[in-house]
Design a protein. Structure first.
Ligand code: NDP
Length: 399
């Protein structure tokens, strides 16, 4: 029987379960491209429950224990003395969410001789050293599309939040003030602006579709071009390079995976090519941007604002400069972990486990690494290599 090691974020500070704001969530059966939402044989949770924290256990315990497997759930993931490292030695399956990633570095993979399957309960498997996973013939799978629309909604919120100066205006209310001039001195309309996405995959295309009614100019850069009819429907301009896109855009949103090709893509030189006063929204991965170049650009005014929900490492140390730089709209990594999204990625994780233990193939679109190479969605969207360097710094959080 297998040991399944599941790393989840901590429960709410006021205890588990929380008092829910709503009684139900809409049931999504298909995604915009026709792909079906997860189809496990069964689930042991009510959609809309908090599943991503330790007590939620992704709803997996009844299923795994009934099949005789051992499930270990922990939030203690960083450092050599962590519970994660202790259990890794004999784990066969590791499950982790990008919001609270259990970094699977080459060193850790070397300590896990039984490891066969690393599941990302969500999307984005850059917390795994993919090269080391290929070399060790570990399968890496994620729940493709489960929270792409959740993130696209968050991107639209953050674009509007920055351009319209929402957060400082809200703060004025909390502070008991009425300083209209202060609030509006940095407030603009999105209408008429040029908005570009780096990558037009599931999230990037979702952002383009959601922004089209705002009467903006739409731009995208992707290694694969969108179908001509989609470009035409959206009036979207394709760019061959990121440089060409950023030079004409007032708002840039990053929606590509983190892999060796995209690590630090937005460095000081790339940000210098952007229009002065552009807004940069990154909900993809923190490491796609150079941390200090972003801070310098927010301080100098080269960027009018930076927002996103992804950091490196995660959790971000308390002294991470993105917490305190001017004109930012950062959140912790939450966009893909709404209660709506959790129901889908918990079901998708269950589907992946059912297939693994049942000896059935995984859905092609869920695969990132398989059989010693990039596979499925991974072969389409990633490049071989490793993007986990520096992840050990996550252990500094809370110390
Ligand atoms: P998709 O695989 O649908 O889209 C990724 C797109 O990125 C593909 O179109 C791919 O292009 C493109 N791409 C890859 N490399 C490059 C590159 N070097 N330059 C330009 N484009 C590139 O994934 P999603 O849209 O669903 O998710 C994208 C990423 O968003 C995830 O990998 C993850 O990192 C992040 N994410 C964040 C979440 C959050 O909670 N903040 C939740 C979910 C995802 P092509 O395949 O055409 O070559």
């Amino acid at each position: 029987m297998a040991k399944v090691l599941c790393v989840l974020y901590d429960d709410p500070v006021d205890g588990y379960p929380p008092r829910y704001a709503r009684d139900e969530i809409p049931k999504i059966e298909r995604y915009p491209d026709g792909q079906t939402a997860p189809t496990p044989q069964g689930i042991d949770f009510t959609p809309g429950e908090l599943l991503g924290s330790v007590s939620g256990e992704l709803g997996l315990r009844p299923y795994l224990e009934a099949a005789g497997h051992e499930l270990v759930v922990t939030a203690d993931k960083d450092g050599p003395d962590s519970e994660f490292e202790r259990h890794l030695a004999d784990a066969e399956v590791v499950i982790s969410q990008p919001f609270w990633p259990a970094y699977l570095t080459a060193e850790r993979i070397a300590k896990a001789p039984n490891l066969k399957l690393a599941v990302t309960a969500g999307i984005g498997s850059d917390h795994v050293d993919l090269q080391a996973a290929m070399d060790a013939r570990i399968t890496v799978a994620e729940v493709t599309y489960c929270n792409s629309i959740s993130v696209a909604e968050h991107v639209v919120m953050m674009i509007l939040g920055l351009v319209r100066n929402y957060i400082p205006s809200h703060q004025i209310v909390l502070d008991g003030g009425w300083n209209i001039a202060d609030a509006v001195s940095r407030s603009y309309d999105l209408e008429g602006m040029q908005v570009g996405t780096v990558a037009a995959g599931r999230i990037g295309l979702g952002v383009l579709r959601r922004l089209a009614p705002f009467d903006v100019g739409l731009h995208y850069m992707d290694r694969h071009r969108l179908p001509a009819e989609v470009e035409e429907e959206l009036g979207a301009t394709h760019h061959e390079s990121v440089e060409s896109l950023v030079e004409v855009c007032d708002v840039v949103t990053i929606n590509c995976p983190l892999h060796p090709e995209t690590e630090h893509l937005f460095d000081a030189a790339m940000i210098a090519r952007m229009k002065r006063g552009a807004y940069l929204i990154n909900t993809a991965r923190g490491k796609i941007c150079d941390r200090d170049a972003v801070v310098a650009a927010c301080e100098s005014g080269q960027l009018a604002g930076y927002a996103g929900d992804v950091w490196f490492p995660q959790p971000a140390p308390e002294d991470h400069p993105w917490r305190t730089m001017p004109h930012h709209g950062m959140t912790p990594h939450v966009s893909g972990s709404s209660l709506s999204a959790q129901a889908r990625y918990a079901a998708g994780t269950r589907e992946i486990l059912e297939n693994y233990f049942g000896g059935r193939p995984q859905r092609e679109e869920y695969l990132i690494v398989d059989g010693g190479g990039l596979a499925g969605a991974g072969a389409h969207s990633y490049s071989a290599g490793n993007a986990t360097a520096g992840s050990e710094d996550a252990a500094r959080f809370g110390r």
